[in-house]
Design a protein. Structure first.
Length: 253
Protein backbone atom coordinates (compact mmCIF):
# COMPACT_ATOMS: atom_id res chain seq x y z
CA UNK A 1 0.00 0.00 0.00
CA UNK A 2 3.01 2.28 0.35
CA UNK A 3 3.07 2.92 -3.40
CA UNK A 4 -0.68 3.47 -3.81
CA UNK A 5 -2.10 6.72 -5.15
CA UNK A 6 -5.76 7.16 -4.23
CA UNK A 7 -8.02 9.27 -6.43
CA UNK A 8 -11.40 10.24 -4.98
CA UNK A 9 -14.06 11.36 -7.44
CA UNK A 10 -15.96 14.24 -5.81
CA UNK A 11 -17.12 16.35 -8.72
CA UNK A 12 -20.65 14.99 -9.03
CA UNK A 13 -23.62 17.32 -9.29
CA UNK A 14 -25.98 15.25 -7.17
CA UNK A 15 -28.91 16.58 -9.19
CA UNK A 16 -31.43 14.18 -7.65
CA UNK A 17 -30.53 15.37 -4.15
CA UNK A 18 -32.22 18.69 -5.03
CA UNK A 19 -29.87 20.52 -2.66
CA UNK A 20 -27.87 22.61 -5.11
CA UNK A 21 -24.61 21.62 -3.45
CA UNK A 22 -22.01 19.05 -4.55
CA UNK A 23 -23.12 15.49 -3.90
CA UNK A 24 -19.94 14.87 -1.91
CA UNK A 25 -21.20 17.34 0.72
CA UNK A 26 -24.52 15.55 1.24
CA UNK A 27 -24.89 14.81 4.94
CA UNK A 28 -25.32 11.34 6.38
CA UNK A 29 -25.84 11.46 10.14
CA UNK A 30 -24.60 15.04 10.06
CA UNK A 31 -21.35 14.25 8.25
CA UNK A 32 -20.58 14.80 4.53
CA UNK A 33 -20.23 11.73 2.31
CA UNK A 34 -16.68 12.74 1.43
CA UNK A 35 -15.81 13.04 5.11
CA UNK A 36 -16.47 9.32 5.59
CA UNK A 37 -14.22 8.39 2.66
CA UNK A 38 -11.41 10.66 3.84
CA UNK A 39 -11.59 9.19 7.35
CA UNK A 40 -11.11 5.70 5.93
CA UNK A 41 -8.32 6.83 3.61
CA UNK A 42 -6.55 8.67 6.43
CA UNK A 43 -6.80 5.56 8.64
CA UNK A 44 -4.72 3.65 6.07
CA UNK A 45 -1.80 6.00 6.81
CA UNK A 46 -0.48 5.90 3.27
CA UNK A 47 2.55 8.10 2.54
CA UNK A 48 1.07 9.36 -0.74
CA UNK A 49 -1.81 11.80 -0.13
CA UNK A 50 -5.07 11.26 -2.01
CA UNK A 51 -6.10 13.43 -4.93
CA UNK A 52 -9.67 14.71 -4.70
CA UNK A 53 -11.27 15.47 -8.05
CA UNK A 54 -13.67 18.39 -7.70
CA UNK A 55 -15.98 20.05 -10.19
CA UNK A 56 -19.41 21.51 -9.50
CA UNK A 57 -19.08 24.28 -6.86
CA UNK A 58 -15.55 23.14 -6.13
CA UNK A 59 -14.93 26.00 -3.70
CA UNK A 60 -17.47 24.54 -1.28
CA UNK A 61 -15.66 21.20 -1.20
CA UNK A 62 -12.27 22.85 -0.75
CA UNK A 63 -13.64 25.07 2.02
CA UNK A 64 -15.17 22.07 3.77
CA UNK A 65 -12.00 19.95 3.79
CA UNK A 66 -9.28 22.56 3.69
CA UNK A 67 -6.70 23.79 1.17
CA UNK A 68 -4.00 21.41 2.47
CA UNK A 69 -5.70 18.50 0.71
CA UNK A 70 -4.58 17.80 -2.87
CA UNK A 71 -7.24 18.69 -5.46
CA UNK A 72 -7.68 18.28 -9.20
CA UNK A 73 -10.43 19.93 -11.21
CA UNK A 74 -12.79 18.25 -13.63
CA UNK A 75 -13.69 21.24 -15.76
CA UNK A 76 -16.73 19.61 -17.37
CA UNK A 77 -18.91 16.72 -16.14
CA UNK A 78 -18.04 14.31 -18.94
CA UNK A 79 -18.05 11.08 -16.97
CA UNK A 80 -15.95 9.08 -14.54
CA UNK A 81 -13.24 8.30 -17.08
CA UNK A 82 -12.71 11.97 -17.78
CA UNK A 83 -12.76 12.70 -14.04
CA UNK A 84 -9.88 10.29 -13.44
CA UNK A 85 -8.00 11.70 -16.44
CA UNK A 86 -8.35 15.16 -14.84
CA UNK A 87 -6.19 13.96 -11.95
CA UNK A 88 -3.23 12.88 -14.08
CA UNK A 89 -1.12 15.99 -13.46
CA UNK A 90 -1.70 15.83 -9.71
CA UNK A 91 -0.75 12.22 -8.97
CA UNK A 92 2.48 11.26 -7.23
CA UNK A 93 5.17 9.85 -9.56
CA UNK A 94 5.86 7.07 -7.05
CA UNK A 95 2.30 5.75 -7.14
CA UNK A 96 2.64 2.44 -8.96
CA UNK A 97 -0.95 1.50 -8.09
CA UNK A 98 -3.88 3.86 -8.57
CA UNK A 99 -6.94 3.23 -6.41
CA UNK A 100 -10.10 5.01 -7.58
CA UNK A 101 -12.92 5.67 -5.12
CA UNK A 102 -16.12 7.69 -5.33
CA UNK A 103 -17.15 10.24 -2.73
CA UNK A 104 -20.71 8.89 -2.55
CA UNK A 105 -19.57 5.63 -0.91
CA UNK A 106 -19.84 6.69 2.75
CA UNK A 107 -19.88 3.13 4.13
CA UNK A 108 -16.84 1.84 2.27
CA UNK A 109 -14.55 0.14 4.78
CA UNK A 110 -10.84 -0.03 5.41
CA UNK A 111 -11.15 -3.81 5.22
CA UNK A 112 -12.51 -3.67 1.65
CA UNK A 113 -9.71 -1.36 0.50
CA UNK A 114 -7.04 -3.54 2.09
CA UNK A 115 -8.62 -6.67 0.58
CA UNK A 116 -8.71 -5.12 -2.90
CA UNK A 117 -5.11 -3.92 -2.77
CA UNK A 118 -3.91 -7.26 -1.44
CA UNK A 119 -5.68 -9.10 -4.27
CA UNK A 120 -4.18 -6.67 -6.79
CA UNK A 121 -0.68 -7.25 -5.43
CA UNK A 122 -0.93 -11.03 -5.07
CA UNK A 123 -2.47 -11.56 -8.52
CA UNK A 124 -0.14 -9.07 -10.23
CA UNK A 125 -3.13 -7.89 -12.21
CA UNK A 126 -3.48 -4.82 -14.40
CA UNK A 127 -6.94 -4.08 -13.02
CA UNK A 128 -8.58 -5.32 -9.82
CA UNK A 129 -12.09 -4.17 -9.05
CA UNK A 130 -14.55 -4.69 -6.25
CA UNK A 131 -17.82 -6.48 -6.90
CA UNK A 132 -20.93 -7.12 -4.87
CA UNK A 133 -23.61 -9.78 -5.33
CA UNK A 134 -27.12 -9.00 -4.13
CA UNK A 135 -29.89 -11.52 -3.39
CA UNK A 136 -32.50 -9.20 -4.92
CA UNK A 137 -33.37 -5.54 -5.46
CA UNK A 138 -35.91 -5.27 -2.67
CA UNK A 139 -36.00 -2.99 0.39
CA UNK A 140 -32.87 -0.81 0.68
CA UNK A 141 -31.27 -2.72 -2.19
CA UNK A 142 -33.61 -0.96 -4.64
CA UNK A 143 -31.00 1.79 -4.76
CA UNK A 144 -28.47 -0.67 -6.23
CA UNK A 145 -30.62 -1.44 -9.26
CA UNK A 146 -28.90 1.23 -11.36
CA UNK A 147 -25.40 -0.22 -10.80
CA UNK A 148 -23.44 -1.62 -13.73
CA UNK A 149 -23.60 -5.38 -14.24
CA UNK A 150 -20.57 -7.66 -14.13
CA UNK A 151 -20.25 -9.69 -17.33
CA UNK A 152 -18.19 -12.87 -17.12
CA UNK A 153 -17.17 -15.32 -19.82
CA UNK A 154 -17.93 -19.04 -19.85
CA UNK A 155 -14.92 -19.66 -17.60
CA UNK A 156 -16.10 -17.16 -15.02
CA UNK A 157 -13.43 -14.63 -15.93
CA UNK A 158 -14.19 -10.93 -15.81
CA UNK A 159 -15.15 -9.77 -19.29
CA UNK A 160 -16.79 -6.34 -19.00
CA UNK A 161 -18.91 -3.98 -16.95
CA UNK A 162 -22.22 -3.21 -18.57
CA UNK A 163 -23.72 0.13 -17.59
CA UNK A 164 -27.35 -0.13 -16.49
CA UNK A 165 -28.59 2.21 -19.22
CA UNK A 166 -26.86 0.10 -21.85
CA UNK A 167 -28.20 -3.23 -20.52
CA UNK A 168 -31.05 -5.26 -21.95
CA UNK A 169 -33.93 -6.30 -19.70
CA UNK A 170 -32.41 -9.74 -19.41
CA UNK A 171 -28.97 -8.35 -18.54
CA UNK A 172 -30.53 -6.20 -15.82
CA UNK A 173 -31.39 -9.44 -14.01
CA UNK A 174 -27.68 -10.03 -13.32
CA UNK A 175 -27.09 -9.71 -9.57
CA UNK A 176 -23.32 -9.31 -9.53
CA UNK A 177 -22.79 -5.56 -9.55
CA UNK A 178 -20.09 -2.94 -9.86
CA UNK A 179 -19.79 -0.74 -6.73
CA UNK A 180 -17.15 1.42 -8.46
CA UNK A 181 -13.95 0.69 -6.53
CA UNK A 182 -10.93 0.03 -8.75
CA UNK A 183 -7.20 -0.61 -8.47
CA UNK A 184 -5.13 -0.05 -11.61
CA UNK A 185 -1.52 -0.52 -12.55
CA UNK A 186 -0.69 3.18 -12.75
CA UNK A 187 1.61 3.06 -15.77
CA UNK A 188 -0.96 1.12 -17.75
CA UNK A 189 -3.82 3.40 -16.64
CA UNK A 190 -2.16 6.62 -17.77
CA UNK A 191 -0.98 5.08 -21.02
CA UNK A 192 -4.48 3.89 -21.91
CA UNK A 193 -7.06 6.25 -20.40
CA UNK A 194 -6.84 8.43 -23.49
CA UNK A 195 -8.37 5.59 -25.51
CA UNK A 196 -11.75 5.98 -23.81
CA UNK A 197 -14.60 6.95 -26.12
CA UNK A 198 -18.03 8.41 -25.41
CA UNK A 199 -20.10 6.21 -27.71
CA UNK A 200 -22.90 5.59 -25.25
CA UNK A 201 -26.35 6.83 -24.27
CA UNK A 202 -24.99 9.67 -22.10
CA UNK A 203 -22.08 10.67 -24.36
CA UNK A 204 -19.74 10.31 -21.38
CA UNK A 205 -16.34 8.73 -20.89
CA UNK A 206 -16.93 5.75 -18.62
CA UNK A 207 -14.08 4.55 -16.43
CA UNK A 208 -15.70 1.12 -16.65
CA UNK A 209 -14.63 0.93 -20.30
CA UNK A 210 -11.05 0.54 -19.07
CA UNK A 211 -12.04 -3.06 -18.38
CA UNK A 212 -12.83 -3.56 -22.08
CA UNK A 213 -9.53 -1.99 -23.05
CA UNK A 214 -7.59 -4.23 -20.66
CA UNK A 215 -9.52 -7.27 -21.83
CA UNK A 216 -8.81 -6.41 -25.48
CA UNK A 217 -5.10 -6.22 -24.70
CA UNK A 218 -5.14 -9.56 -22.93
CA UNK A 219 -4.30 -7.98 -19.57
CA UNK A 220 -5.06 -9.66 -16.28
CA UNK A 221 -8.30 -8.52 -14.63
CA UNK A 222 -9.30 -9.71 -11.17
CA UNK A 223 -12.14 -9.01 -8.75
CA UNK A 224 -12.52 -8.90 -4.98
CA UNK A 225 -15.84 -8.78 -3.09
CA UNK A 226 -16.82 -5.96 -0.79
CA UNK A 227 -16.32 -6.84 2.88
CA UNK A 228 -20.06 -6.33 3.45
CA UNK A 229 -23.11 -5.78 1.26
CA UNK A 230 -24.11 -2.53 3.01
CA UNK A 231 -20.92 -0.88 1.73
CA UNK A 232 -22.47 -0.81 -1.73
CA UNK A 233 -24.96 1.87 -0.66
CA UNK A 234 -24.56 5.02 -2.75
CA UNK A 235 -27.63 7.19 -2.03
CA UNK A 236 -28.83 9.29 -4.96
CA UNK A 237 -31.80 11.04 -3.34
CA UNK A 238 -32.53 12.49 0.07
CA UNK A 239 -35.17 9.78 0.49
CA UNK A 240 -32.42 7.18 0.07
CA UNK A 241 -30.23 9.04 2.58
CA UNK A 242 -33.04 8.98 5.15
CA UNK A 243 -33.67 5.29 4.45
CA UNK A 244 -29.97 4.53 4.94
CA UNK A 245 -29.89 6.44 8.23
CA UNK A 246 -32.85 4.40 9.45
CA UNK A 247 -31.15 1.18 8.36
CA UNK A 248 -27.94 2.11 10.18
CA UNK A 249 -29.88 3.01 13.32
CA UNK A 250 -31.76 -0.29 13.19
CA UNK A 251 -28.50 -2.18 12.72
CA UNK A 252 -26.81 -0.22 15.53
CA UNK A 253 -23.94 0.66 13.19
Amino acid sequence: MQNTQIIILAGGLGTRMNSGKPKSLTLLRGKPFLGYILDVVDSLKMPIPPVIVVGHRKEEVINAFGPKRRYAEQAEPLGTGQAVASAKDKVHPGGTITLVLSSDQPLLSKKTIERLLLAHHENKSTVTMATVTVPDFEEWRKGLRHFGRIIRDSNGKMEAILEFKEASENEKLIKELNPAVYAFDSEWLWQNIGFLQNNNAKNEYYLTDMIKIARGQGKKIETAPLASLIEACQPNTMEEVVALEKLLAKSNV
